[in-house]
Design a protein around this ligand. Structure first.
Ligand code: FMN
Length: 353
């Protein structure tokens, strides 16, 4: 192996910084306002200390998980990240090929720059993880429904409604860099749908509510997850509603509201409030196999990574994303073994100091 290959996820980030235009770098790496949440997402995983067990039987080890009836080779998903053709000409299609090769679930953004049908075709491989579709609530129910029908027809297995971004965050870094989506790249699923309202008042009037979640539940047979929950009371309400099949504990990678709690802080509180009533995925700052293990110890069934996929994509297309996923999988397998766990099922809170 050449020593200059990326050895970890931070290496991909450093390489992407060299390759991307300053505008694309600001868009992909930046977050809202002073980026306190962005920093806390990283530092709060790092702050947890592992308390490993020794001399446990390790033969027959596996990273496989079972989540809501789904068996996956490992607990690592790709979080929805918009407009990936800004990182690489093949965009989400290349990311999907990598996800398929590594058995990772992929959650495709409704603001994808490649059509869901092409992404689904790229994931139609034996051993591929599932393809899920992320929804942003559209100002009209019919427009939201058009996205749902398209995702269903393409074979997506789950819908993920993002609920933490009724309005755009205050993105100082993007504005300072003069970021605009370059010509020739667009959110292809939104073409032909009514544009979002241009006044804040109209945008807020169209923001989704629990009633809209109940309506959405009636429209589709696909499992419905919510993404962007941090508060234990919202998690309880989601479980009580009977409309929701799972939650992604997320603060949008710090891109919407700055100075929120980190996801490492929110996760154990949500897990305790739910007591196993809904499966949980967590994202935000997951960069190491030990972060994956800590997330499982704090009550997540799986994790998702956002920025690392576009950094790896910018660096080396599908090969880059596949390598990024492989590195994280291998680090997770090593962390499991060094904590005395034969499988993710053996991970518990007792592994944290
Ligand atoms: C460039 C970029 C675009 C994103 N686009 C979306 C999106 O379209 N929909 C969504 O629900 N989340 C979106 N997210 C949030 C991610 O799904 C995820 O919550 C976040 O990136 C996780 O944090 P991490 O980047 O530290 O791994 C985006 C994040 C980034 C960095």
């Amino acid at each position: 192996m050449s020593p200059d290959l990326p050895l970890n996820l931070a290496d991909f980030e450093a390489a992407a910084r060299e390759r991307l235009s300053p505008q694309a770098w600001a868009y992909f790496s930046g977050a809202a306002a002073d980026e306190h949440t962005l920093a806390a997402n990283r530092s709060d995983w790092a702050a947890h200390r592992l308390l490993p067990r020794v001399l446990r039987p390790l033969s027959g080890s596996s990273t496989a998980i079972n989540m809501g009836g789904l068996t996956l080779a490992h607990p690592i998903f790709l979080a929805p990240v918009a407009c990936q053709r800004m990182a690489h000409p093949e965009g989400e299609r290349a990311t999907a090929m990598a996800a398929a090769a590594q058995g990772a679930g992929m959650i495709l953004s409704s603001q994808s720059s490649v059509a869901v049908e092409a992404v689904a075709a790229a994931m139609a491989e034996p051993g591929a993880g599932p393809l899920w579709f992320q929804l942003y609530w559209q100002a009209q129910r019919e427009a939201t429904l058009a996205l749902v029908r398209r995702a269903e027809a393409a074979g997506c297995q789950t819908l993920v409604l993002t609920v933490d971004a009724p309005v755009h965050g205050v993105r100082d870094r993007e504005r300072r860099a003069g970021f605009e989506i370059p010509p020739g790249i667009s959110a292809v699923h939104l073409a032909g749908l009514p544009p979002p309202p241009d006044s804040l008042t109209a945008l807020l009037a169209a923001a989704p509510s629990w009633d809209d979640v109940a309506w959405l539940r009636q429209q589709t047979r696909l499992p419905l997850w919510l993404k962007g929950v941090l508060h234990a009371d919202d998690a309880r309400q989601a479980a009580d509603s009977g409309c929701v099949d799972g939650l992604i504990i997320s603060n949008h990678g710090g891109r919407t509201l700055d100075s929120t709690v980190s996801t490492a802080w929110a996760l154990p509180r949500v897990a305790e409030a739910l007591n196993g009533r809904l499966p949980l995925i967590v994202d935000g700052g997951i960069r190491r196999g030990t972060d994956v293990l800590k997330a499982l110890a704090l009550g997540a069934h799986a994790v998702a990574v956002g920025r690392p996929q576009v950094f790896a994509l910018a660096d080396d297309g599908a090969m880059g994303v596949a390598r990024m996923l492989r590195l994280l999988r291998d680090e997770f397998a090593i962390a499991l073994a060094l904590c005395g766990c034969r499988s993710p099922d053996d991970v518990s809170r007792a592994l944290l100091a």
